[in-house]
Design a binder for this molecule. Sequence first.
Ligand code: AMP
Length: 586
Amino acid sequence: MNYERLVKLYDSIEKTTKRLEKTYLVAEFLRKTDVDDIRQIILLLQGRVFPKYDSRTLGVASRMIIKAISKSYGMTETKVESEWKRTGDLGDAAEYLAKNKKQATLFSTKLTVKKVFNNLLKIAKLEGSGAVERKTGMIAELLTSAEPIEARYIVRTVLEDLRVGIGEGVLRDSIVWAFFGDSININYDQEKKIIEPENRETYNMYVEKVQEAYDILNDFSEVAELAKTSGLKGLKSVGLKVGKPIKVMLFIKAKSIKDAFERVGKPAAIEYKYDGFRMQIHRNKDVIKIFTRRLEDVTAQFPEVIEYVKDHIEGNNYIIDAEAVGYDPKTKKYLPFQSISQRIKRKYNIKELSEDFPVELNVFDVIMFEGESFLKEPFKERRKIIEKYIKEENLKIRTAKQIITSDEKEAEDFYKRSLADGEEGVMFKNLEGIYKPGARVGYGVKVKPVMESLDLVIVGAEWGEGKRSGWLTSFTLACYDKEKERFLEIGKVGTGIKELEGAGVTFEQLTQLIKPLIKEEKGRSVTITPQIVIEVNYEEIQKSPTYSSGYALRFPRVIRIRDDKAPDEASDTEMIRRLYSTQRSR
Ligand code: AMP
């Protein structure tokens, strides 16, 4: 297929904001697409060459594209840059420059979808020395043969920023329409832009089947190909496969214990809600894989978990759902998620890290066992499996702590115990609920204390040690006391690890911000003019003699820098007193 056809589709989709019109356009296009092209088309419609769960990227920076445009259209990089500035979009800039290029193309072949897709694939796979030049060359090759409008979308796709507005819902519905439209008799009202299936129920059934296949395959290109080649039977045959991650089931939040019971029914299974890191673990004999909730493969990062699974779960072929919780190797106490978050992306010193920040695996669900899918089995049956086949050992692997009750008082006590043990709250689960991948269904709800975030002022810091000796790493936070008109300390954040991660700032950046505000230095400690306000989340407010406010925060985490707030607008002591006394866990 010529790339131009796809580009025309992009363009018309971009011009409408109406979801149904988009669905119609995509569906009609898919209907006319050859089976050989379908997978590439679906991926390119999403602006990607790999399905979402595959974390590989093209790794192309704007700089390379500027070079490629300059090379293809025979103009200086400065000219490309100024056009980029003018239009604000490098794709639009490429389109404009392609129209006005000096170098006439002597002979050019029309770009095909295959050519574009294959070049993108090659770009993604290039690594090591010379990769930048070769990637640039590959982009330039495409741009040279591209029509102006094609150049616009090549650039956006290469930048992994297509933005035409085809969401998952549109894609799913288009697949239904394209491949099952005839059997449901869908009519499209061009004027009112509405879709009228003759039989809504059947239509919904198809939508559900496509969605179910997608929840397992995580790849619309595979779903579409199946639908086109094998119809409903094909979709129904989609099964779990060990080694291929599926979307995890998600939970909604309940307001209270009472509300939780109302949502899941009585009796309910109530479990500790561990504050860790979700792991979907797949085992096929000796091959064990660990995926995150975003379906990234983190097997290499958690060697100890592989051992626990091997030694403590009977069975050869299964998929389980669990939460890995960090603990302090000295005190054996659970640690909040932040303490282990650095393990997820780590590529080196993995063994040391696993000794310094070990995890305990708390298994709470099973998705497949000994080749049999448990997706449609009630939760109470799934729980039986994990209880039966897991040999528990403290600090290695356990089944999630659970009670089954209809009694609110008992539930409340269990909830308090979970918080006292340093966990986040509890999960309520419907005993009959099935496992719904990807869905936030009401079969499980979570109850955890709602904490209002605090705006606090940085009043002190400490220079780091070793590799971090050039940075300030530990920040003393203060609230504002309106009566005393003074800043009172309430805790520290950023002593280690990734407490800053959520804020998207690094120690270096904070150091740069704070350095000019240093009032006094004593050893490694510095005092700072109160000026920078940051928003902080925490687990709990505690009474504490350590800080001048009389309170301390348990597990503070930085959410963002509030440069829109003045220091005296920080949370005041009165508010902290109120939050302390209304905390649910007391
Ligand atoms: P949240 O991230 O607040 O939406 O809460 C849901 C998350 O809690 C899940 O994705 C799991 O990672 C985690 N979790 C911890 N303990 C459990 C449990 N016993 N059952 C289910 N999920 C749990």
